[in-house]
Design a protein around this ligand. Structure first.
Ligand code: SAH
Ligand code: AVI
Length: 333
């Protein structure tokens, strides 16, 4: 059981940390497990140190990466309706990042007069702290209870509801789980929901592979830097000696699974030392390390996943070009 942080309280901010060194422990376990497999693989959560979080923010601004703009468009058009349907006094947000789009929801809940508390959960400590500070300034009367943790392990540390709540999981992050873990994650979220609560889930939709691949192969190379950032994280946290320049960024749409795969491909044969694990890792020339999948959805697939988690669809909202969907769901009656 991870030990809770100090629960520092300042004005209407409370921040609990459940990582306390378990972040680098989980990196060590994932590196040991993932880099010794016949097909090397790492989970995407290790992209997001503070530099990775900055790179992700730049990705959101790229002309090729339409997801953020499409999701914002839906929120801007439908946040009022979401506020009315949910009557939420609390917004819980998983993988909250800078909470940029969240402001659209907070504005709507605030105008409806129901908003009391915001509960962001993210692995990136700096993001939770800075967004909490900014939001209590921007929304007088709002209390923020930040949770620094891993949404795969720490959902139970989300404080109990004080009123009707919306749990938001935006940005398409649910697509970063392979199908089995995705359903496990949705079941975990469903357990957080009482009869009067809702899930608001952002998912990117299946579309022309050229549009999808362009979104992950931007001309400026920001996604490539984001991808290679995981090697910098391993170098720093586990005293390793990867040269990120030895790896080429690869992002391709797998039409069978309907997901984007990001990989790092070794440009030459090499051996890297990971001192903290007392281990050498060998890459053949051309060998690939899978760093992320990003699943693309259809309404049918999503409804199947929700049903398997005991959730039912309340609203399916898309942008004008049907690129992205925001789904409002609730526990099945
Ligand atoms: N919700 C924001 C950010 C999406 S990026 C948006 O829509 O733009 C994904 C976010 O999830 C990042 O902030 C990252 O730090 C966080 N994240 C990734 N894996 C996580 C994990 N296992 N536990 C908690 N947060 C995680
Ligand atoms: C956070 N997640 C939904 C992003 C995605 O599109 O899968 C992460 C990302 N990877 C490359 N670009 C952005």
């Amino acid at each position: 059981m991870p030990r809770a942080g100090t629960g520092l309280t300042r004005e209407s901010i409370r921040i609990d940390s459940h990582l306390d060194g378990s972040g680098s422990r989980s990196l060590a376990e994932d590196v040991l497990d993932g880099l010794t497999r016949p097909f090397k693989e790492l989970p995407p959560k290790h992209f997001y140190d503070s530099h990775g979080a900055e790179l992700f923010d730049r990705i959101c601004e790229l002309p090729e990466y339409y997801q953020t703009r499409a999701e914002r468009e839906i929120l801007e058009q439908r946040a009022e309706e979401i506020a009315e349907l949910t009557g939420a006094s609390e917004l819980v947000e998983l993988g909250s990042g800078t909470a940029a789009k969240t402001r659209v929801l907070l504005d709507a809940l605030s105008s409806a007069g129901t908003l009391e508390r915001y509960i962001p959960l993210d692995v990136t400590e700096s993001m939770v702290r800075s967004s909490a500070r900014a939001l209590v300034e921007e929304y007088p009367g709002l209390s923020v209870h930040g949770v620094i943790g891993d949404f795969e392990r720490h959902l139970e540390h989300i404080p109990p509801a004080l009123g009707p709540r919306v749990v938001a999981f935006l940005g398409g992050t649910i697509g970063n789980f392979p199908p089995g873990s995705r359903r496990r994650m949705l079941r975990g979220i469903a357990r957080l929901l009482g009869a009067e609560d809702h899930l608001l889930l952002g998912t990117d939709l299946v579309k022309d592979p050229r549009v999808l691949e362009a979104a992950y192969n931007d001309a400026e190379g920001v996604t490539a830097e984001f991808n290679r950032n995981v090697l910098r994280v391993i170098n720093r946290e586990l005293d390793a000696d990867f040269d990120p320049a030895d790896f080429e960024h690869v992002a391709i749409f797998d039409e069978h699974h309907e997901w984007i795969e990001m990989r790092l491909r070794a440009r030459r044969g090499l051996v890297a030392t990971i001192a903290a694990l007392e281990m050498d890792v060998r890459f053949d020339a051309g060998e690939e390390l899978r760093t992320e999948i990003s699943a693309k959805f259809t309404r049918e697939r999503l409804q199947g996943d929700l049903a398997a988690a005991g959730l039912e669809l309340v609203r399916w909202l898309t942008d004008a070009e049907q690129r992205f969907a925001l789904t409002l769901a609730r526990p099945s009656s």
